[in-house]
Design a protein around this ligand. Structure first.
Ligand code: HEC
Length: 155
């Protein structure tokens, strides 16, 4: 009788453990809710297949980084080395960003970008103004990279 009870309890225990393990290995059907595009935009939906606008933005960030290093070394930036990137003409991850305010921000950014090369003697100042235009658009359309961009200005 006692033996039977032990065997029975072991049997039920194994069933419980088996089910608990099944629970854990169940594929996650619920994907994490994507954040609102104005909230983050990074991480992007598919980091291995970025949209052209995301790729251009990465290049713009790399360029801003290298402009910053050059200015800190006291060098003058050459517009031939930093052609303007027409990011607003290409496909973004989230097509909802393509609204009038976005294009207005892009226009202001483009104008501050060109100002930078019109003032070779005051490039630190105009570089910071250009970075402000990055920040200005990112505050409305893609706040994810803001933390990084806010490190770009030169003190
Ligand atoms: C007119 C608006 C606008 C301006 C100006 C702008 N950005 Fe962006 N940026 C965006 C949007 C929208 C995205 C999302 C692009 C996408 O995912 O397709 C983005 C994405 C990025 C990303 C993330 C790219 C990735 O890996 O997915 C970085 C970094 C970035 N921008 C840096 C910058 C820097 C640096 C500047 C200024 C030199 C700048 N941005 C100017 C709107 C802007």
């Amino acid at each position: 009788m006692r033996n039977k009870l032990v065997i029975l309890s072991i049997f039920f225990l194994s069933i419980i453990i088996f089910q608990a393990c099944q629970e854990n290995t169940k594929p996650q059907t619920e994907t994490p809710k994507p954040k609102d595009s104005t909230e983050a935009c990074v991480p992007i939906k598919d980091p291995n297949n970025p949209k052209p606008m995301a790729l251009m933005m990465r290049l713009m960030a790399a360029n801003a980084d290298s402009m910053r290093s050059q200015l800190l070394r006291g060098e003058t930036l050459d517009s031939n080395q930093y052609a303007f990137i027409k990011f607003y003409l290409v496909e973004p991850t989230d097509p909802n960003v393509l609204e009038p305010q976005f294009f207005e921000n892009a226009r202001m950014f483009q104008s501050s970008y060109h100002e930078l090369f019109k003032h070779p003697k005051e490039q630190k100042k105009y570089y910071n103004l250009m970075i402000n235009a990055c920040i200005n658009c990112h505050e409305s359309y893609c706040s994810g990279p803001l933390k990084r961009i806010r490190k770009f200005p030169i003190e």
